[in-house]
Design a protein around this ligand. Structure first.
Ligand SMILES: Cc1ncc(C[n+]2csc(CCOP(=O)(O)OP(=O)(O)O)c2C)c(N)n1
Ligand SMILES: [Mg+2]
Length: 299
């Protein structure tokens, strides 16, 4: 077994109110190991505005600013401007938002920040629905997934990409660095967040974050299901920088059915629906590989 190199420091303390097995909470622990204590986080309405708790009993050991749903890009820009005005250049500004608060409600402010090249890291934890308010469909909910507002499954067969292609949207908008990360591949995750710290401009991290109540999985399966997302090619791990893509883990070895059937939110899928998801994933993965150089790292 190779030696793990994860930093030991914990900046998420006990007593947070995340659900058992919350992927986003594990994600926060891992990201903060990479970010370190000189970090200011800002968050819109989302599970995480509740999970961290309310000052003075907040679970994060770094400063946090809570704000309205649509503001992450704007608040991040404001914090950066304030730090610049004080001549402070060794503090990392992080916008930490859910998928709904990013691809739907916060998109305008985020796009503005990218356009201004605001120097900050935007981390979107993607649990694929508006979870905090009771599992409503978002622009990141995948094809056919059950949510409370898509009781028969999200049906967007009319478009090739049912999830909004947020990485592509932001690349075309001008981000300096983009990366997908997963709680199932912590070393890859920490490496990418550390790299993002060294790059000037807007950095975007897309993190798949399993959600036991929303995905209808046992809390003990959170990491396993996240790993299946990468092993089936549904959530490939890649980076974007200066016009170039790199596939970090070329580990697509399993049929999508294994991932889909591990979760209650996909239990109603017919064989034809599973075949349709497989067809789309195969096409998207081939297109990504064609864009990537340096593929072939083993997982
Ligand atoms: C303007 C506005 N509309 C709706 C809400 C209610 N609300 C709070 S959190 C939330 C869900 C956020 O979803 P997402 O961004 O995906 O984060 P998650 O809850 O999944 O962590 C909603 C709809 C709100 N706080 N403000
Ligand atoms: Mg969400």
């Amino acid at each position: 077994m190779p030696r793990l190199t994860l930093p030991k420091d914990e900046l998420v303390s006990k007593g947070h109110s995340g659900c058992a097995g919350c992927g986003a909470t594990l994600l926060a622990r891992l990201c903060l190991k990479a970010l370190g204590p000189k970090t200011i986080i800002n968050s819109p309405a989302c599970c995480w505005s509740v999970v961290q708790g309310v000052w003075p009993r907040a679970a994060l050991k770094v400063p946090v600013i809570d704000h309205a749903f649509e503001c992450t890009g704007a608040v991040s820009s404001g914090i950066r401007a304030a730090l610049d005005a004080k001549g402070i250049d060794d503090v990392i500004v992080v916008g930490w938002a859910g998928d709904g608060g990013t691809v739907d409600i916060g998109l305008q402010a985020l796009s503005g920040a990218v356009d201004r090249r605001t120097d900050f890291i935007y981390i979107m934890y993607d649990n694929e629905a508006y979870m905090n308010t009771g599992i409503q469909c978002s622009g990141c909910t995948p094809l056919y997934a059950w949510t409370n507002t898509t009781p028969g499954g999200k049906n967007q067969e009319w478009k090739q990409v049912a999830k909004k292609p947020i990485m592509e949207m932001l690349i075309s908008n001008g981000i300096a660095y983009g990366a997908t990360v997963s709680i199932a591949y912590p070393e890859d995750l920490v490496t990418k967040v550390k790299k993002a710290k060294t790059i000037r401009g807007t950095k975007f991290i897309h993190a798949l974050s399993s959600c036991p109540p929303g995905w209808k999985i046992p809390s003990s399966k959170s990491v396993e299901v996240a790993r299946l997302a990468t092993q089936t090619g549904i959530f490939p791990l890649y980076e974007y920088e200066n016009g170039a893509y790199v596939l970090n883990k070329d580990v697509k070895t399993k049929p999508v059915e294994e991932y889909l059937m591990s979760q209650g939110r996909f239990k109603h899928l017919t064989p034809a629906m599973i075949a349709e998801v497989q067809r789309r994933v195969d096409e998207d993965y081939a297109a990504l590989k064609a864009k990537c150089k340096g593929a072939g790292a083993s997982g």
